[in-house]
Design a protein around this ligand. Structure first.
Ligand code: NAD
Length: 498
């Protein structure tokens, strides 16, 4: 049984809060250990540590800073398999999927090796008589990240990479459900040469989050999780004068035009709807076939595919997806399926009764498929975050477009078609932050930025790519005139750039 405390000042620190919670293994419902639920004082210790270490790190030239990132990548590659297994055992996703979780995080760290270029300022020679103006990007100081359970490697790395490459010290508050990989990431950064105190991990729940929100020395917060918490963090961070980018929940639609290749569409939907048991913020949870005939063909092909999905323990390399993260998550998702039936949707594949032989205490359910879902139903409006796909039938393209446009969330969306004109129109008019054209999960590559619209994100800068460097730095502009200007005597009016 492991006891996970905190990682502060380059060391494992046992918690003194007196509160902790079990770390579960979703594939069999066993207890792996406990994780500390930290206190305000413990958060403050981490901040003091970070504050003391940050100035020297900021003064280290950016090329030297990113050499630590290069070494970190090398170290992760050496233990990719064991890290993926740890991730899968704590989260429940399959090991192959856990490798993807790590990989998409590393890609952002790779891009951060170009931080010296991203951090360059601007310069105008001769902006006025004898006047030059230049700008520089400086780190914010101590910054924090609060991350969700569903990508315990990727999302912490999306934040740690650009934050520390920019010269900040970073405090991570990972999900209390799967803290093992974030803790290992902190150890590996230390081993890679990151000075102690530049990356601290404080485990916990609302108590630590609130302490982060109120701490006067934390200058920025990057949050990823559900929308109600994203909204809470955004508003409270703003009230205490912090920079905040808060990414929330999703309901991602896939529009299927009558000309789409139906076999490719079904393959794409199955992977995007049920991979990782639907516990991805970019999972497709609503399929929108356009026209009766398209809908009938789609549902007919989908049913046998959903029925034959292979659910298995995280360590089974032939499983399509594993268990849900917790017993509560399993009950919540099954509750939504019950609700959909009550609301009048047609449950054409029912995975509620699935039991995994030999793993009876694991949090498993089979894939579920609803047909004839309508926009007034709660199963359409709310994020289910499980292996449940809803088919909403649209009469026309315009009706289909209206659905994501009027939905509260706006994270990801896709259109499947062979028609370039429809695809162009869709990409231009849809009110969603990340759009796929014949790509079901359009997560932008690391040198672009990631972020939804509407209820899926609060704040104005996205994650990773150039936005991340803007988020983790402040711009200073310097207007300089050298002594030759002084000889002309004092000026009594505001100088203009004539
Ligand atoms: P969550 O909101 O329950 O938790 C996220 C973080 O907030 C955790 O670190 C948790 O400890 C903390 N937290 C939880 N309740 C809190 C409270 N009352 N006060 C303060 N802090 C609190 O989310 P989750 O269940 O871990 O993750 C799943 C959610 O994250 C889904 O809604 C999913 O769509 C979303 N998500 C969004 C993105 C994105 O980029 N938009 C990416 C991944 C996940």
């Amino acid at each position: 049984m492991q006891e996970v405390g905190h990682f502060i000042g380059g060391k494992h620190v046992a918690s003194t809060s007196g509160r902790n919670q079990n770390i579960m293994q979703p594939m069999d419902g066993s207890v792996r250990g406990t994780v500390a639920l930290g206190s305000k004082k413990e958060l403050r210790d981490a901040v003091e540590n970070a504050k003391a270490a940050q100035p020297a790190w900021a003064a280290t030239n950016p090329q030297r800073r990113v050499r630590v990132l290069m070494k970190f990548l090398e170290l992760v590659h050496k233990e990719y398999d064991s890290l993926a297994e740890l991730l899968a055992r704590e989260h429940g996703k399959t090991i192959a999927d856990a490798k993807g979780d790590i990989q998409r995080g590393l890609e952002v760290v790779e891009v951060c090796i170009g931080a010296p270029h991203m951090l360059k300022g601007e310069y105008t020679d001769g902006a006025g008589p004898g006047i030059d103006i230049y700008s520089m990007r400086q780190p914010l100081g101590v910054v924090a990240g609060i991350t969700p359970f569903n990508f315990p490697a990727m999302i912490p790395l999306w934040k740690i990479g650009p934050a520390i490459a920019s010269g900040n010290a970073f405090i991570l508050k990972p999900s209390e459900r799967d803290p093992g990989v974030p803790m290992r990431i902190a150890e590996l950064f230390l081993e890679a040469g990151l000075p102690a105190g530049i990356l601290n991990v404080v485990n916990g729940d609302k108590e630590v989050v609130d302490a982060i929100l109120d701490d006067p020395d934390i200058k920025a917060i990057g949050f990823v999780g559900s929308t109600p918490i994203a909204q809470y963090i955004y508003s409270r961070a703003a009230a205490t004068g912090k920079r905040a980018q808060c990414f929330g929940g999703a309901k991602n639609h896939m529009i299927i035009m009558p000309d789409a290749d139906m076999d490719q569409t079904v393959d794409a939907l199955i992977g995007a709807g049920y991979g990782s048991a639907g516990e991805r913020c970019m999972a497709v949870s609503v399929a929108v076939p356009v026209g009766q005939e398209t809908a009938d063909r789609l549902v007919e092909k989908l049913i046998p595919r959903v029925e034959s999905l292979k659910v298995g323990p995280s360590t089974d390399s032939s499983a399509d997806f594993g268990p849900l993260v917790t017993q509560q998550a399993l009950e919540r998702v099954k509750g939504y399926v019950d609700l959909g039936v009550k609301e009048g949707a047609k449950l054409v594949v029912d995975g509620r009764g699935f039991k995994m032989q030999g793993y009876e205490n694991g949090y498993y359910m089979g894939g579920c498929l609803f047909d004839e879902v309508t926009p007034d139903m709660r199963i359409y409006k709310e994020e289910i975050f499980g292996p449940v796909l809803s088919v909403v039938r649209a009469k026309t393209y315009e009706d289909a477009l209206k659905l994501p446009n009027e939905h509260e969330y706006g994270n990801g969306v896709a259109i499947f078609t062979r028609d370039g004109d429809a695809a162009r129109d869709f990409a231009s008019r849809v009110q969603v932050g990340m759009v796929g054209v014949n790509v079901p999960i359009p997560v932008p590559i690391a040198y672009y930025t990631f972020g939804g619209w509407k209820g899926s994100a609060f704040g104005d800068l996205n994650q990773h790519g150039p936005d991340a460097f803007r988020f983790y730095t402040k711009t200073k502009s310097v207007t300089a005139r050298w002594p030759s200007g002084i000889k002309d005597g004092a000026e009594f009016v505001i100088p203009t750039m004539n």
